[in-house]
Design a binder for this molecule. Structure first.
Ligand code: ASP
Length: 315
């Protein structure tokens, strides 16, 4: 019998204790990961996942999420989902009810959610809308079209907002996707990821969080890994799978994370922003790495009384 462990990226603290409570009662890693991420998605103070997530360039919130099971490498992801606040649960439903597919996006994912009884909700909040409007304000980088928006109404904001994509500046502060990785008593290793993606992204852009091998990967033989930050770098470097490959070659968790980040950071990228990663092995070891010295990840073991914040190793 394995000793349960659950780890998560920055701000997974909103749900991690609930996830560990499920594991301590002998619950499954799948249930623990889903429950943890749902709480994060419902956390209105978090503007990078679920309700209150940051909008795309037209002012609409589009969510990506995925879940992967280590023993079978079964994977399900949803991308660019509008109006449904818990994409991690839609991904889980795809995993269970639609195993002939791995990924649903946009309208198809929303149809599947509707047909399976998920409730629609408004995903923007006054705070997230204010952040969107702030981002549209004329700046030194803005083109003339955006400059003329000051007096315009919502529609004009949305029509011209596409120009935000052309600014595409990596935003400051911590990246927002949430990764949750759990090992249950039965030895199952599950990885889940949820995000509103890159703020002000081009509509329809799907990031690494919805895709196997990039933002999310779990293989019971070696470990599970997940990424946050610049998803396009993770896609080009196959981030999560590369970390797991490192574990398979015998690297320790931290070194496997560092090796992947070294490779990804060597790629030419005009829009360079930070990429972070973390991993968990089937025997409960874990590690994480990032470009910044102050980056952290969160851990709970069967004996933790509260969420432990661990430093990520700096690249
Ligand atoms: N990896 C996410 C994406 O590219 C962004 C993030 O971590 O905040 O969509």
């Amino acid at each position: 019998m394995a000793s349960p462990v659950i780890i998560g990226s920055e701000r997974s603290e909103a749900g991690l204790a609930q996830g560990m409570a499920i594991l301590r009662q002998g619950g499954s890693a799948l249930d623990a990961v889903e429950a943890t991420l749902r709480l994060c998605e419902d956390n209105l103070a978090d503007h990078y996942v679920g309700t209150g997530g940051l909008a795309n360039a037209r002012g609409e919130v589009e969510l990506d999420a995925s879940i992967m099971i280590g023993s079978t490498r079964a994977f399900a992801g949803v991308g660019a989902v509008k109006n449904y606040p818990n994409p991690i649960s839609i991904a889980r439903k795809v995993l269970e009810l639609l195993p002939q597919h791995c990924l649903l996006v946009g309208e198809g994912a929303e149809l599947f959610a509707h047909e399976n009884g998920f409730a629609k909700a408004e995903l923007s909040t006054p705070e997230s809308l204010a952040l969107f409007r702030e981002a549209l304000k004329p700046s030194e980088n803005s083109v003339e079209g955006v400059r003329t928006l000051a007096a315009a109404g919502d529609e004009a904001y949305r029509e011209k907002a596409i120009e935000l994509v052309n600014r595409f500046l990596p935003h400051e502060g911590p990246w927002g996707t949430i990764n949750v990785l759990a090992l249950d008593e039965a030895g199952e290793l599950v990885c889940g990821v949820s995000t509103s993606g890159y703020p002000w992204k081009y509509p329809g852009r799907v990031g690494d969080s919805a895709l196997p091998g990039t933002g999310n990967y779990s293989d019971i033989r070696y470990g599970a890994a997940a990424c946050t930050g610049r998803g396009e770098l993770s896609m080009r470097a196959l981030g999560a799978r590369t970390v797991v490959d490192g574990l398979a070659r015998g690297l320790d968790p931290t070194e496997a994370c560092l090796e992947m980040l070294r490779e990804a950071s060597a790629l030419p990228d005009a829009f360079r922003a930070e990429l972070r990663t973390l991993c968990l092995t089937p025997d409960g070891r874990h590690g994480a790495a990032a470009g910044q010295a102050t980056a952290t990840y969160s851990v709970m073991t069967a004996t933790s009384t509260e969420v432990e914040i661990h430093p990520r190793t700096q690249l």
